[in-house]
Design a protein around this ligand. Sequence first.
Ligand code: PBG
Length: 309
Amino acid sequence: MRNLVRENRLHPGDLVLPMFVAEAATEPAPIVSMPGVYQHTQQSLARAAEQAVQAGVGGLMLFGVPARRDAIGSAADDENGVLNKALASLRRELGDDTVIMADLCLDEFTDHGHCGVLDESGEVDNDATLARYAQIASAQAAAGAHVVGLSGMMDGQVAAVRAALDTGGRPDVAILAYTAKYASAFYGPFREAVQSTLVGDRATYQQDVGNRREATRELALDVAQGADMVMVKPAMACLDIVADVAAISDVPVAAYHVSGEYAQIEAAADRGWLDRERTVLESLLSIRRAGADIVLTYYADYAARLLNR
Ligand code: PBG
């Protein structure tokens, strides 16, 4: 009876697996603060991606860790850059078996670690960054991304990227907009995962944790600019925001169960303080119940296997 009347369910096809590929890696390198998650080589990425697709995950979100960084993040739109090479080889191998998403941002590629380029005073230059995002979008589309994930939180980023894709003959490439991305402490382990060089914080472009109404304003802007999907991040710390956005969005809503949320469960499960399986499935189902259609989680492959059992 419980099963029959359950309002929300988890399905592997709703889950998206974020993955890291590192140019300097010669073998998969464990990320200490995210046990079970690796910086992949191109080869190990392909194997792990294939396994996740076999388990039924709905998509993959790729992040690149380049060997060299500079002020404008040149490697991000270089066709031989680590992320673009990974996109191309995964698309060759997997075709349309899954949805291949590319993180579209500069922070992994800049030597200062910010999500945009800087002006002379060292502040993030919003509009100069949009021009870079447009170039990166074209490169990622050419490499084979089905979806570009705009995680930089620059104003106008969706419109700039939509225009670049359309004028570049790629109206088929979809935009996942990080609509409400909070300046969160829960991204801590991710900074290790991408070997971030950031000094300071992202408070000038990411959302203030104290703000709720602002998220729906961001939603309206992103949808008006052409977002095909919108995202709230982090997920567990922002279930109110997920619910607000889901209540009014007319495009699919994603939520990102981020690195710190993963690390919390792993640390407690490791000590025997939490039951890993139950905690993972409850966390992901709670995000769905709040209203997310799609959940990005480092547990995507793990949870898909549990659900398939
Ligand atoms: C940056 C980016 C971050 C994450 C995804 N893209 C970090 C940040 O904004 O500082 C975090 C993901 C996670 O913590 O799992 N473009």
